[in-house]
Design a protein around this ligand. Structure first.
Ligand SMILES: C[S@@+](CC[C@H](N)C(=O)[O-])C[C@H]1O[C@@H](n2cnc3c(N)ncnc32)[C@H](O)[C@@H]1O
Length: 268
C-alpha cells in the first residue's frame, strides 16, 4: 500500500471516530453507526457487559468514557500489577485506561494514545472530572508512537489495530516502547476467511473494524518479524453472535471474529 492510500485510510478513520466522540453515542462494538442497527436503547454498558466486563467495571469509570467501541476485554488477559506502566493503543474515550489506572494504583502510570483529537479531548476531560493524575492521554499515531523507548510494562488495545493500514509498523513501535520482558494484551478482530472484494473496498467496512482485519497467520508473521515471542492469537467463536449484530444480514460473522492477541518482548 502506498503512503497516500495509508493516509486516506487514517483520515477516514479519524473522521469517523471524531464524529463518534462528538456524538457520545454508544457504538455497536466497533461498527459504524450508519450500518449499525443496534436499537437505541442498547447502552455502552450493555455492550461492555456482553464483552466480559463486570458491572463494577462499567460503573467505575467516569461518565462518557465508555463509548461501547470495543470488541473484547484486554484487561482480562493483561494481569495488570500495581506499579506497572501501561500503554493503551487507540484509547478512544479512555474506558480501558481508567480501568487500568485502578489496577496499577498510585505508583503506576497509564498512557493512552489516539490519533483523533476529539477522542483525546474527551478522555482528558474525563480524567479531569475524575481527578486522576496518573493517566496521560497523548495525541498521536500508533505507527509513530509518542512514547519513549523501553518504558512500558504492558500494552493493551481494544479493537484498534485492525484499523491501521500499517500493522507491522504498529507492532514494531509497540516492541520499541516495551521494556524487555514487557507484554502485549490485545483484543481485536481477525479475518477468518477472505473478505469479498466489495467489502474490502468499502471504507465504511474499514472504519467499522471489518475490512482491515488480518488473518491469524498474517498477524503471527508480523509479530514474529517484529521480534515478539510467546505469541498467542486466539479467535473467540462466541464473538460470532455480537459481530453478527454489528451489521445484521451482511454475514460479516463468516469473515471476522474477535480474538485475543498476546506476545512478549524477549528479555535479552
Ligand atoms: C473502535 S475505536 C476503540 C476505542 C477504544 N479502544 C475502546 O475500546 O473504546 C478505535 C479508536 O482507535 C483510534 N485509532 C484508529 N487507528 C489509529 C491509529 N492508526 N493511530 C492512533 N489511533 C487510532 C481511533 O481514533 C478510535 O478512537
Amino acid at each position: 500500500m502506498d503512503k497516500q492510500k495509508n493516509d486516506e485510510i487514517r483520515s477516514a478513520v479519524r473522521e469517523n471516530y471524531g464524529k463518534v466522540a462528538a456524538s457520545g453515542r454508544a457504538g455497536c462494538g466497533c461498527s459504524t453507526s450508519s450500518c449499525c442497527v443496534t436499537p437505541n436503547d442498547v447502552t455502552s454498558a450493555d455492550i461492555s457487559l456482553g464483552l466480559g466486563y463486570s458491572c463494577e467495571d462499567v460503573t467505575a469509570v467516569p461518565e462518557g468514557a465508555n463509548l461501547g467501541l470495543g470488541c473484547g476485554n484486554p484487561q482480562a488477559i493483561a494481569s495488570l500489577q500495581p506499579g506497572e506502566t501501561v500503554l493503551d493503543l487507540g484509547s478512544g474515550g479512555g474506558f480501558d485506561c481508567f480501568l487500568a489506572v485502578r489496577a496499577v494504583g498510585d505508583k503506576g502510570l497509564v498512557i493512552g494514545v489516539d490519533m483523533t483529537p476529539e477522542m483525546i479531548t474527551k478522555s482528558r476531560r474525563n480524567a479531569e472530572k475524575a481527578s486522576l493524575w496518573n493517566v496521560d492521554f497523548r495525541l498521536g499515531e500508533l505507527e509513530n508512537l509518542p512514547v519513549a523507548d523501553g518504558i512500558i510494562d504492558v500494552i493493551i488495545s481494544n479493537c484498534v489495530i485492525n484499523l491501521s493500514p500499517e500493522k507491522e509498523r504498529v507492532f514494531s513501535e509497540a516492541f520499541r516502547v516495551l521494556k524487555p520482558g514487557g507484554r502485549l494484551a490485545i483484543s481485536d478482530v481477525v479475518a477468518t476467511a477472505e473478505l469479498p472484494e466489495d467489502i474490502k473496498k468499502d471504507m465504511a467496512f474499514h472504519t467499522g473494524c471489518i475490512a482491515g482485519a488480518s488473518s491469524v497467520e498474517e498477524l503471527q508473521s508480523m509479530l514474529q518479524r517484529t521480534g515478539f515471542e510467546n505469541i498467542q492469537i486466539k479467535p473467540k467463536e462466541e464473538s460470532r453472535t455480537f459481530i453478527r449484530n454489528w451489521m445484521p444480514g451482511s454475514k460479516i460473522e463468516d469473515y471476522v471474529l474477535s480474538a485475543t492477541i498476546e506476545g512478549v518482548k524477549p528479555r535479552v
